[in-house]
Design a protein around this ligand. Structure first.
Ligand code: HEM
Length: 414
């Protein structure tokens, strides 16, 4: 059994890879182009991250770190760091949703919300959500794919994520419109996320963006008021009520799920397919299906769909030989931290120092982690469940998007 360190590439090779240098048309080159197409500054910041050992101060941005232990220590330190002040995502949300966010997104209110919502996404409930939301659509896609039809997996991912959101939140949807209805829901979530684009250096939103964002949130959660009192316990709305959440908390959580769980999940699905094909690891996975769970973990590590996590320093703090001052900003570069461990390979062992850094850490650790994993397992089954490999016919990277993702990834059975 190899240990994690044996599989880490030498330092020089690692640096070149992080810069995207000399990668030709490999899996890593495609990942780099994808990041650059999404946000041109991202590969530069990711590359810079490797020198943040354990922390580095960058003018206009604040502190950056790509050291997994430092990253986890920071994310586990709510006494010194917050996501509510300038620099954190809660600061963005407070401007859009209102001051009550301060209660719900951090501190005791957040702790209570997380305690109450703990049982929402477990492994079994997540598998059940996947079957209920996707079962029929996935079976249809698989039938056609295995019959030799081309499949745009990036588009299908957006449809599936739209279906998941409507199922989770019990949103009314005109099913007669088929995929178009779900693509529209995905696009609405994307518009909301786009409001956060350009806020890496400053989380203060101009009034027009606040107005736009409020209108989108209203469109996405308007049904919650009417649904709350009698939504079935197998929707998130009903479950929230049963868990004792208030209507306002439920609306807040619904908005969070829309934003946190749509683009990230869709991004990982198509990128997993690309990684499996580009690295050739799909052949090994077909021969060694016992590595399926590892392949999902590797996908999450290498893609790290939420590449940066922002926090603001609340009170002076000594860490890694540096003093972070109250009011400073900190960016945890999850993509760099995770990718310094080496390239995608399905038999890479669990990395104890990283744990699940792609889902964050501490009290804001991704609530939907088990759901995201169940979703990726289902897509893996679609891709290679019949034991036959696939190939990439064409691909297009998404441009100017918050979460780096394929706009299109057309695959077919070989
Ligand atoms: C590959 C898919 C996903 C990735 C990479 C991901 C990543 C993350 C990360 C890094 C955070 C922490 C943010 C921070 O600390 O500021 C987070 C939080 C969160 N995620 Fe996910 N996520 C994914 C899918 C999902 C899904 C499917 C859902 C639910 C439907 C979800 C719901 C949430 C929620 C509600 C939070 C906020 C938790 C809190 O603040 O307490 N995520 N996610």
């Amino acid at each position: 059994m190899p240990v994690a360190e044996d599989l880490a590439p030498p330092a020089r090779e690692r640096r070149l890879r992080l810069m995207g240098a000399g990668l030709g048309s490999s899996a890593e080159a495609h990942e780099h182009r994808l990041l650059r197409a999404a946000r041109p500054a991202l590969p530069v910041l990711n590359w810079l991250g490797q020198f943040a050992n354990p922390l580095m101060r960058v003018p206009k941005l604040g502190w950056i770190t790509a050291d997994p232990r430092t990253a986890r220590a920071l994310l586990n330190d709510p006494a010194h760091l917050t996501l509510l002040s300038e620099g954190g995502v809660g600061h963005l949300w407070a401007q859009i949703l209102g001051d009550w966010v301060t209660e719900l997104f951090d501190g005791p209110g957040h702790h209570e919300l997380r305690t109450r919502s703990k049982g929402l996404f477990t492994e079994p409930t997540s598998r059940a959500f996947v079957e209920r939301a996707w079962g029929d659509r996935l079976r249809l896609a698989r039938e056609r794919f295995e019959a030799g039809e081309e499949l745009d997996l990036a588009e299908l991912s957006r449809v599936l994520v739209g279906q998941m959101v409507t199922t989770l939140l019990g949103m009314p949807v005109d099913r007669s419109r088929g995929d178009a209805a779900y693509l529209e829901i995905f696009a609405t979530g994307e518009q909301l996320a786009a409001i956060a684009l350009g806020t890496t250096a400053d989380t203060e939103l101009p009034p027009n963006k606040v107005r736009q964002a409020r209108a989108i949130v209203e469109r996405l959660t308007a049904h919650v008021d009417a649904a709350f009192s009698d939504a079935s316990g197998d929707t998130v709305i009903g479950r929230c009520r049963e868990l004792g959440l208030t209507l306002q908390q439920t609306k807040g959580l619904a908005t969070l799920l829309m934003v946190a769980g749509t683009e990230t999940a869709a991004s990982a699905m198509a990128r997993m397919a690309a990684l499996l094909a580009d690295t050739g690891e799909q052949h090994r996975l077909i021969a060694e299906p016992e590595h399926r769970e590892d392949a999902v973990r590797e996908t999450l590590r290498v893609t790290s769909p939420a590449p940066i996590i922002g926090r603001a320093v609340l009170a002076d703090l000594e860490i890694g030989g540096r003093t972070l001052r109250s009011g400073d900003r900190v960016l945890v570069l999850t993509w760099t931290a995770n990718n310094l461990a080496g390239a995608f390979r399905i038999d890479r062992p669990y990395l104890p120092q990283h744990r699940q850094l792609w889902f964050g850490a501490g009290r804001h650790l991704c609530l939907g982690g088990p759901l995201a994993k169940a979703e990726l397992q289902a897509v893996l089954e679609l891709l290679i469940g019949d034991g036959r490999p696939f190939e990439i016919v064409s691909r297009r990277y998404g441009r100017r998007v918050l979460i780096p993702a394929y706009a299109s990834l057309v695959v077919r059975k070989v």
